[in-house]
Design a protein around this ligand. Structure first.
Ligand code: TXA
Ligand code: MG
Length: 346
């Protein structure tokens, strides 16, 4: 595996050319997007996309997102381009929004898990866009982590999760959004959010001028990525193996954590805390000397940090990561969704 450091603002063209050349020969290239790092392969090549599934250990029933450089390229992958797609593409692309649309014959079945729809996104990261332009064709890319692990927001996370399974990593520094794109289904009579993200339901409704539905996230869990106990045992060497349990607590429940934390301390186990209020650790009875991180107040800053903080807390070797859940208002929806998944993953 090769790692090339590139400037996030004006990536070196030689590095981009090398990455595009690898994609052309059917290889895997991890690259930064504004959301998380993607594990890219030539999106219209069945053999190349098959490699993604193998490298991630991802089940065949979970389809991947096609990344393209512009709306015109997106349209060429679809059999139908509804008015809603037009509006959303104009407002949110390039950016952290993925549209699910009826697919054209160009998109191979392996990339859509045999469905007649495909997910498409124009990412906003200059490195991703430079790569897509140079490659000149769609790049299929799920998040660049092994199945059931946290999404990577730095090149180091990709190295730890995928190691030699990836041919090249373009290291463009940390991702600015920090959690995966909002996925919306445009194939039905009304627009439905399949996965919440930092493009909020309110923002979608405001530009569409109509109500947007939300798929029940309890049924979704990234189509299995968060299913507790789904991690397959006996995998080859894992550099990053999450061991901690994740406990999610609402702010008002802090005091209810006291007994559990006391029992934990008594048995010699350690806890790391991701708090939102300065009072939370003390109210919850977190033992002196525990690792405590005070998380940011705004959803944007919180999203940017969360995966790295979960990763760091976990590799610090604690037994439990206690998270003070953010508010239930809409702007925190995507973050609460990811925290509940992390609670199932770690
Ligand atoms: O921000 C992101 O979306 C990142 C970056 C790399 O672009 N990618 C990402 O990919 O998160 P992945 O594969 O981890 O998640 C893709 C999500 C999955 O929940 C998948 O089930 C859904 O999109 N998806 C893909 N194609 C679909 C389709 N045709 N219909 C419904 N859902 C689909
Ligand atoms: Mg993923």
């Amino acid at each position: 595996m090769e790692v090339i450091v590139v400037s996030a603002e004006s990536p070196d063209q030689a590095a981009i050319k090398r990455a595009a050349q690898l994609l052309r020969s059917g290889r895997l290239v991890a690259f930064p997007t504004e959301t998380v790092y993607g594990l890219g392969a030539s999106g219209l090549s069945e053999a190349a996309v098959a490699r993604i599934y193998k490298a991630k250990g991802r089940p065949a029933w979970n389809p991947v997102i096609q990344h393209v450089a512009d709306t015109e390229a997106a349209m060429s992958l679809t059999a139908e381009w509804p008015r809603t797609a037009d509006i959303l593409a104009r407002h949110f692309w390039p950016g952290p929004l993925t549209l699910v649309l009826r697919k054209s014959a160009a998109v191979p079945d392996i990339a859509t898990a045999g469905m007649d729809s495909t997910a498409i996104r124009v990412p906003a990261h200059p490195v991703a866009l430079a790569l897509l332009r140079e490659f000149g064709a769609p790049v299929a890319a799920p998040s660049a982590n092994r199945f059931t692990q946290l999404s990577p927001t730095t090149a180091q996370h990709v190295v730890e999760s995928l190691g030699e399974r990836v041919d090249l990593i373009l290291d463009g520094g940390p991702c600015s959004v920090g959690i995966e794109s909002t996925v919306v289904d445009l194939t039905g009579p009304r627009v439905v959010i399949l996965r919440p993200g930092m493009v909020s339901r309110a923002a979608l409704e405001s530009v569409l001028g109509e109500e947007v539905g939300v798929k029940d996230s309890r049924l979704k869990l990234d189509a299995g990525e968060g299913a507790a106990g789904a991690r397959s045992p006996g995998q080859a060497v894992r550099h990053y193996s999450p061991n901690a349990e994740t406990w999610l607590a609402e702010t008002g429940e802090a005091r209810e954590m006291k007994n559990s934390l006391a029992a934990l301390a008594k048995s010699g186990k350690r806890v790391a805390v991701l708090a939102r209020s300065a009072e939370f650790p003390e109210r919850a009875g977190v033992p002196e000397g525990s690792r405590v991180v005070l998380m940011p107040d705004t959803p944007e800053e919180y999203a940017r940090m969360i995966y790295a903080e979960l990763h760091d807390a976990d590799v610090s070797g604690v037994h439990v990561i206690l998270i003070e859940n953010p508010p239930t208002t809409g702007e925190w929806d995507a973050i609460r969704d990811r925290l509940s998944r992390a609670a199932a993953i770690l």
